[in-house]
Design a protein around this ligand. Structure first.
Ligand SMILES: NC(=O)c1ccc[n+]([C@@H]2O[C@H](COP(=O)([O-])OP(=O)(O)OC[C@H]3O[C@@H](n4cnc5c(N)ncnc54)[C@H](O)[C@@H]3O)[C@@H](O)[C@H]2O)c1
Length: 371
């Protein structure tokens, strides 16, 4: 029996996933949902989809098996809870929880894990970094023991506020829509940490246990302001973590940087190291280094997804397949809820540390999934 899937949120990002879900051989029925009637009609026409819903409440009352939620970040938690409580397997875009108050967000992580446990349904986080070629390559080498003992990692998400191709001021205005106002300026860089942390956690199979972080204040700031909604003065934040395997990780979230932008990492071990920067990727050992060509790195995918990987380093098709396949086979998705909270909680606590000028703080953990 195939999976019936409802896609909730057909904005900039959600639109990129409709074709992939529709073409998955194990998806037997697909429905669309958006508050915007115009977007809904446009996507329904483009993909020849007849089943449409005008709100999350309405689609939750349907008999669909699964919902894919790609809405504004601050809506994910409440909407995922609603979807799980309606008995649907649920996928959400990153981050799983998002907002202003760190303690409230950590409580939301508690509730998310608890709800997944109680319902026995699948929750999967759509973290694109998990299926970037660099991450897949390093997971394979880590499984072969090629790093030796992990010693140090550096991970980063750099996205300048005024980046010409994806201007974050415009993104914020579009996402807030009619609720936009100058008070909504700014956001907390470390509250969007998953593109960086996912590489470290998923490759080392270890989690962050403590953090000391600091923030940078831009002298001519007009966006990251203590008096605005997020009460955040930092455009750039840097965290130093201790991992559960003893390794150290430095994590940089920059929103003001003279650089075209980057989601990436470097990872060092006692026997081998993975190096990456805009000039290329390399594998290093004690005797030298070799340039790497990762264009052939892949994992099995059904057609037609294998020949149409989609964006963010070709990760989209893998995310779609992982969610559909895990629901159809009744197995845990690889980016399950216990993994998802290990990507987001470190950033939440890092921001709390940065607000206290680097005070070392413990990072909560929700453990491994039950056997
Ligand atoms: N690399 C990545 O993983 C990556 C990249 C880009 C965006 N994202 C994430 O994707 C999400 C969406 O980003 P976007 O730029 O497409 O946002 P967007 O504002 O363009 O789209 C969100 C859509 O959700 C719809 N929506 C909101 N509430 C709804 C409800 N109750 N019922 C039905 N529809 C509802 C809105 O009408 C809108 O069309 C964000 O959370 C962002 O963090 C992730």
């Amino acid at each position: 029996m195939g999976l019936s899937v409802g896609m909730v949120g057909l904005g900039q990002f959600g639109q990129e996933f409709v074709g992939l879900f529709k073409s998955h051989p194990d998806v037997s029925r697909i429905a669309l949902c958006d508050l915007s009637a115009e977007r809904l009609a446009r996507m329904a026409q483009q993909y020849h989809i007849r089943e449409c819903y005008q709100s999350l409440d309405e689609i939750c009352r349907s008999d669909l098996d699964a919902l894919v939620i790609i809405t504004q970040p601050w809506l994910h938690f409440e909407q995922v809870m609603k979807s799980l409580q309606a008995g649907k397997h649920t996928y959400s875009a990153v981050p799983p929880v998002f907002g202003v108050e760190g303690d409230a967000l950590l409580e939301q992580c508690d509730r998310l894990v608890e709800t997944v446990k109680r319902t026995g349904l699948n929750y999967m986080l759509g973290e694109t970094t998990f299926f970037r070629r660099e991450t897949m390559y390093c997971r394979a080498r880590a499984a072969r023991g090629d790093f030796g003992e992990f010693t140090f990692g550096e991970c980063e998400y750099w996205h300048d506020l005024d980046e010409p191709h994806s201007n974050l001021r415009e993104v914020a205005r579009n996402r807030w829509g009619k609720d936009w106002g100058p008070d909504k300026r700014g956001h907390i860089p470390m509250h969007y940490p998953t593109h960086a942390t996912a590489s470290m956690v998923s490759i080392m199979k270890a989690h962050m246990v403590s953090v000391s972080a600091m923030g940078y204040r831009y002298p001519n700031e007009d966006w990251f302001l203590e008096e605005a909604y997020y009460r955040n003065p930092f455009c750039n934040e840097v965290a130093l973590y201790r991992m559960s395997n003893g390794a150290l990780v430095r994590h940089a979230e920059f929103r003001r940087i003279g650089h075209p932008g980057r989601e990436g990492f470097r990872l060092f071990g006692t026997e081998g190291s993975f190096l990456s920067d805009p000039s290329g990727v390399r594998w290093a050992t004690k005797s030298g280094w070799e340039p790497l060509d990762l264009s052939d790195v892949s994992e099995p995918l059904p057609e037609p997804l294998a020949s149409n990987l989609g964006g963010h380093g070709g990760s989209h098709a893998y995310l779609v397949h992982e969610f559909v396949d895990s629901c159809v086979k009744g197995r845990l998705p690889r980016i399950h809820v216990w993994e998802a909270v290990r990507y987001v909680a470190p950033g939440i606590v890092a921001h709390q540390s940065a607000l206290r000028d680097g005070e070392p703080l413990p990072i909560p953990d929700w453990g491994d999934p039950p056997a």
